[in-house]
Design a protein around this ligand. Structure first.
Ligand code: SAH
Length: 265
């Protein structure tokens, strides 16, 4: 479908699909900050940090669209319909998502609805978790000695199994980043080992990357699930797999305890 939209059915409003980054508000783009300051209404997801929401103008309406796992406050179709309605009312709407809207963010689906309804839109990229979280954990995604490529996959389980292309994930000299994989971690590690990954392959799970509550737990495919349970990690967590994880020990630089803990939204 082409986004050649709006000229045919001009409406006053516009939807800005904006990436809010992984949590630290300093990682917002200038474009995102400017749009948050001038929006009439901001429709935001669970993953958006409260410090990012501080940039929303006090006069703007804020609508929480949820999206915590298993607790979808609004169904995707309701969110799509809401965005169309607000734009048809002539509003400048910021649809604010965690990370980057085009990476496991359903941003494309929301835009398809807007395009079909003749609503004008723009996309503002954000720092995706893979990039932001790995930076704040001191784990380079590529490194000439360890990994020449990097894959982003979702570990979200369907019927208790992750439907992933396992042979492609166990190739040597690459880094695999798993979004939404916390619940399925034991199954993911089992599958990787049974598809040929070394049982001692380094792996890190990072909770709340880039904000005060960040925790990094490292281990191997064999022991990481137990370590994560012991550390009592909670969502959101990003999983990074590959030899680059070894670099965390020498490259970790972020000292989250020096930051104030942001209140939950
Ligand atoms: N569009 C987002 C991803 C949405 S999927 C992006 O580009 O980052 C949600 C998943 O992203 C979470 O389950 C988790 O795996 C990851 N994630 C997002 N922010 C995170 C953070 N600050 N720390 C750890 N994981 C994060």
């Amino acid at each position: 479908m082409k986004a050649d939209v709006t000229k045919a059915h001009p409406v006053g409003g516009k939807v800005y699909l904006v990436g809010g980054g992984p949590g630290d508000p300093e990682l917002l783009t200038l474009r995102a900050v400017r749009l948050l300051e001038k929006a009439d209404v901001v429709v935001y997801d669970h993953l958006v940090s409260s410090a990012v929401l501080d940039f929303v103008s006090p006069s703007a309406e804020r609508i929480y669209a949820g999206k915590r796992r298993n607790e979808h406050t609004m169904r995707q179709e309701q969110i799509n319909a809401l965005l169309v309605k607000l734009a048809h009312e002539g509003k400048q709407v910021v649809r604010l998502k965690g990370g980057d809207p085009f990476i496991f963010g359903r941003g494309g689906e929301e835009l398809q609805t807007l395009a079909a309804q003749g609503v004008a839109f723009e996309v503002v990229p954000g720092v995706t978790a893979a990039s932001g979280v790995s930076s704040y954990a001191g784990i380079p995604l590529t490194h000439r000695d360890y990994a020449q490529s990097c894959m982003f996959v979702t570990g979200h389980l369907k019927d208790g199994t992750a439907d992933l292309d396992w042979p492609s994930l166990v190739r040597p000299r690459q880094t695999v980043v798993i979004y939404m994989g916390l619940g399925g971690l034991p199954e993911i590690c089992r599958q990787l080992i049974s598809h040929g990954a070394p049982a001692n392959l380094p792996i890190a799970v990072v909770q709340d990357g880039s904000i005060a509550t960040q925790k990094v737990v490292t281990g191997t495919l064999t022991d990481i699930s137990e370590r994560v349970t012991q550390a009592n990690l909670k969502s959101p967590c990003l999983t990074l797999i590959g030899e680059v994880v070894k670099l965390h020990e020498s490259l970790a630089w972020f000292a989250p305890q020096s930051l104030p803990v942001a209140p939950q939204v």
